[in-house]
Design a protein around this ligand. Structure first.
Ligand SMILES: [Cu+2]
Length: 268
């Protein structure tokens, strides 16, 4: 029985490790400026944790076999553990976790604590059960006022974010269900939620941030390749959570300008 356990534990270890090495289920291609750095830390974390995982499982299988029942009648010896060993692996684990945090913290912070550049494209992203809406400030570069009592998601457009049309700054604002961004320019997100906590996730941009009711969270990322990228809600937010997805279209600056002009024309 000990030998069977050893074989099963080692087989599970080999098979599960294979899927990670073969990258069977892996991240989609990275298309933002921060993606390479994030992917690097992701790999470093997996390699370190993988080594710990394999060592622990090999030892587990070995001990299951070495200390198997041998049919002798001697009573089992109870061990109170080994304090020195406990301290060593707790300290090593702490060093590993704190070290990984310190090594990757600057990338995490650069998208949140460093303000966006002055010519960044601003998009207000609003999550609600169960859709994402994207508001652009229009030629004046200013977002108009919104009011909670004006929110009416059934309209799908301005009403979805509660746009106050009496505010002059809101005249040129427009709301879309598909997000557009020009390539190689920083995109500043102002993230909001109307109801519960959602999580705005664009896997190709390696971008993920919770949308919290009552907060306007500013973050930024820079797309570096044109294309269509899926975006979704990564927080189980209710019955319709599964359909809370959409598309980010990263296009050339010319195409982006054309798209903006077309939206403004619609608005007139
Ligand atoms: Cu959601």
């Amino acid at each position: 029985m000990g030998l069977v356990l050893l074989v099963v534990i080692w087989l599970i270890t080999i098979i599960s490790t294979y899927f990670f090495i073969a990258k069977t289920w892996w991240l989609p291609v990275g298309a933002s400026a921060a993606a390479a750095g994030i992917d690097h830390h992701f790999s470093v974390t997996y390699i370190l944790m993988g080594a710990v995982f394999i060592a622990a499982q090999v030892a587990l299988g070995f001990c299951a076999w070495k200390y198997r029942a041998r049919g002798s009648s001697t009573r089992a010896h109870y061990s109170h553990g080994n304090n020195a060993l406990e301290i060593v692996w707790t300290v090593l684990t702490a060093i590993l976790f704190i070290g990984l945090n310190l090594a990757s913290g600057s990338i995490w912070a650069s998208e949140r604590f460093r303000p966006a550049v002055s010519n960044a494209v601003q998009v207000e992203v609003t999550g609600m059960q169960f859709a994402w809406y994207f508001r652009y400030p229009g030629p004046d570069g200013k977002f108009g006022a919104t009011k909670a009592e004006l929110i009416d998601p059934t309209t799908g457009g301005d009403g979805a974010v509660g746009l106050d049309t009496t505010d002059p700054a809101s005249k040129d604002d427009f709301v879309t269900g598909t997000m557009y961004a020009p390539v190689n320019r920083e995109v500043e997100i102002i993230l909001r939620s109307h109801d519960v906590i959602h999580s705005f996730f664009i896997p190709n941009m390696r971008f993920k941030q919770d949308a919290v009711p009552g907060l306007a969270i500013r973050m930024h990322f820079t797309p570096i390749a044109t294309g269509d990228y899926e975006l979704t809600c990564a927080e189980l937010c209710g019955l319709g959570h599964y359909k809370m997805n959409g598309m980010l279209k990263v296009v050339s600056q010319e195409e982006y300008d054309k798209w903006l002009a077309a939206r403004e024309a619609e608005k007139q």
